[in-house]
Design a protein around this ligand. Structure first.
Ligand code: SF4
Length: 191
């Protein structure tokens, strides 16, 4: 019997974060995450709304014109997403992964991997990451940020709050290899 993935939602929108910000994409939000961050902004993703095979997910994706698919969560790497990524690649999709990086997976079928470290991160996933996205709030110290300075680092102000944004801007100006990533979709109020 083919594997079924726990899916929270599949929707069509614009990527709001990181270097692909502004690009139309189909989002496949896989359900559940065991990391348990207190301030998690995707708590709703704990809910399993659909159990779908890779082919059923592809059928949903095909309803939209974009050839960019973003596999996100929850924490997508808690499920076996490799067959889905492989299937999408055979259908000529550009496949992006958004993960907390806690589970080391084979990323060969992904065109782009955004790792957003939370309580812990697998060092191998840091090496496989296209970008590291750090959520910055009032408690984040410069020392914590500089731990990742050798990577392609994006600082994302928590909840796009003014003071967190100002802090990120200051740091990026001081360390110009870093980038600011604002959650554009929240600013312009699209899903
Ligand atoms: S790792 Fe991400 S999805 Fe998981 S609990 Fe933390 S913020 Fe939420």
């Amino acid at each position: 019997m083919p594997q079924q993935l726990k899916v929270n939602e599949i929707f069509y929108s614009l990527q709001g974060e990181g270097p692909f910000s502004g690009s139309a994409a189909v989002f496949v939000r896989l359900a559940t995450c065991t990391m348990g961050c207190a301030w998690c902004d995707t708590k709703y993703a704990q809910k399993v709304n659909f159990l779908l095979t890779e082919k059923e997910i592809l059928k949903e994706i095909k309803k939209y014109p974009a050839k960019l698919v973003i596999i996100t969560g929850g924490e997508p790497c808690e499920q076996n997403i490799i067959p889905l990524a492989k299937l999408l690649k055979t259908k000529k999709y550009q496949v992006h992964l958004e993960t907390n990086g806690s589970i080391d997976i084979d990323t060969k079928y992904f065109d782009f991997v955004a790792v957003s470290p939370k309580k812990y991160v697998a060092s191998k996933m840091l090496k496989k990451a296209s970008i590291i996205k750090l959520v910055i709030d009032e408690k984040t110290t410069l020392k914590e940020i500089l731990k990742y300075k050798k990577y392609n680092l994006y600082l994302q102000p928590n909840s796009a709050k003014k003071e967190n944004t100002a802090k990120c801007v200051q740091i990026v100006k001081k360390y110009p290899k870093m980038h600011l990533s604002v959650q554009m979709h929240k600013l312009i109020k699209i899903k």
